[in-house]
Ligand binder design. Structure first.
Ligand code: NAD
Length: 323
């Protein structure tokens, strides 16, 4: 109940979703919280809801792309609650555009919020944390910061950057008592993923997430709490995944995407794709029953342009039924 007793936390993007769940949990654990967001009325309503008769939460206007806003938010932590111990760099935006579909304007917006915003937050918070003799920073990345996919180019780029910004800061501040870690959520049922069509969300949950469901904001908040309190006193520069097993399931993801592209269930499991010659990739299929491996030559093209779709197409064309 009192894991954050006496601590002051600043949560960016805290008006709704995961940030709001963290604000609620942190107050339950004894913290004072400053919630910063561009959604002013939602942040104020959240503060009012959590506070009841008390004054544990203050809402501030914070656009994470603006250094001035960060300075004001840190100043509010110090003036209202006496200092700053915990920073949750949670604000973020998501977009599914691929490399060529991403406009320069969209790229800048995503990089500014998801990447520059995290750097600015840490930059403005560390002095206040040093004054308290240490602190904890939790940067919210994503499973999209651990691997790529065929879309969301800017999102992947920024979330990957957050992962390494975290490690760089962790190393730099390790001797000051400031710990810095990254959290990598999978598919979490917040408003952010409303832009993913329902059918696609259901497909992911059924075929890609081993636990067979989306995660909740509260489940992420519990991990963020662990990293914010002394229970994680020897953790810094590390990445923590909360994804229902999604990233542990890479081979299934690959075969499922081949199935989706080909419109049929593939009988074998693609275990490896290698280039026998410079321009001639070969797929290795493992048969589910006898575990024998079949080699299948693929269309002659550079291996870096090869896709699972090519495997499926080739199998169809050659009638190579192996089941
Ligand atoms: N929902 C998921 O499936 C998922 C998966 C992996 C990672 N994440 C990450 O988790 C974090 C929280 O997302 P969520 O799921 O709660 O989504 P959400 O959209 O509900 O919350 C994001 C919050 O960030 C705020 N925000 C956006 N731009 C801002 C800015 N310039 N300054 C300040 N605040 C700003 C929004 O107003 C919103 O309150 C994000 O960093 C997101 O990328 C989410």
């Amino acid at each position: 109940m009192d894991r954050l007793k006496g601590k002051v936390a600043l949560i960016s993007g805290g008006a709704r979703g995961q940030g709001a769940a963290e604000a609620r949990l942190f107050v339950n654990e004894g913290a004072k919280v400053v919630v910063g967001d561009v959604l002013d009325s939602q942040a104020t309503a959240l503060a009012r809801e959590i506070n009841g008769q008390n004054r544990n939460v203050v809402a501030v206007h914070l656009d994470v792309t603006r250094a001035d806003d960060w300075r004001s938010a840190v100043a509010v932590c110090e003036k209202e609650f006496g200092g700053l111990d915990i920073l949750i760099n949670n604000a973020g935006i998501f977009n599914t555009s691929g490399l060529e579909d991403t406009s320069e304007e969209l790229w800048d917006a995503i990089v500014n919020i998801n990447q520059k915003g995290v750097w600015l937050g840490m930059k403005e918070a560390v002095a206040a944390m040093r004054n308290r003799g240490g602190g904890a920073i939790v940067n919210i990345s994503s499973v999209a910061g651990l691997s790529g996919s065929s879309g969301s180019t800017a999102y992947h780029g920024t979330k990957g950057a957050v992962r390494l910004l975290t490690k760089a800061a962790a190393v730099q501040y390790a001797r000051t008592g400031i710990r810095v870690n990254s959290v990598h959520p999978g598919l979490i049922g917040t408003q952010m993923i409303d832009i993913i069509p329902r059918e696609q969300r259901e497909y992911y949950v059924k075929n890609v997430v081993p636990m067979g469901r989306e995660g909740t904001a509260e489940e992420v908040a519990k991990l963020v709490l662990f990293l914010s309190c002394d229970d994680s006193s020897y953790c810094t520069g590390a990445e923590f995944i909360v994804d229902g097993g999604m990233t542990a399931n890479l081979i299934s993801q690959r075969i499922r995407s081949a199935e989706r592209n080909s419109g049929r269930v593939l009988p074998g499991l693609v275990v490896e794709v290698i280039a026998m010659r410079r321009d001639l990739p070969v797929a290795h299929f493992e048969h589910p029953r006898d575990r024998q491996v079949e080699r299948l030559a693929l269309p002659a093209k550079p291996i870096d342009t090869f896709s699972q779709h090519d495997v499926a197409r080739r199998r169809d064309r050659d009638h190579l039924e192996i089941d």
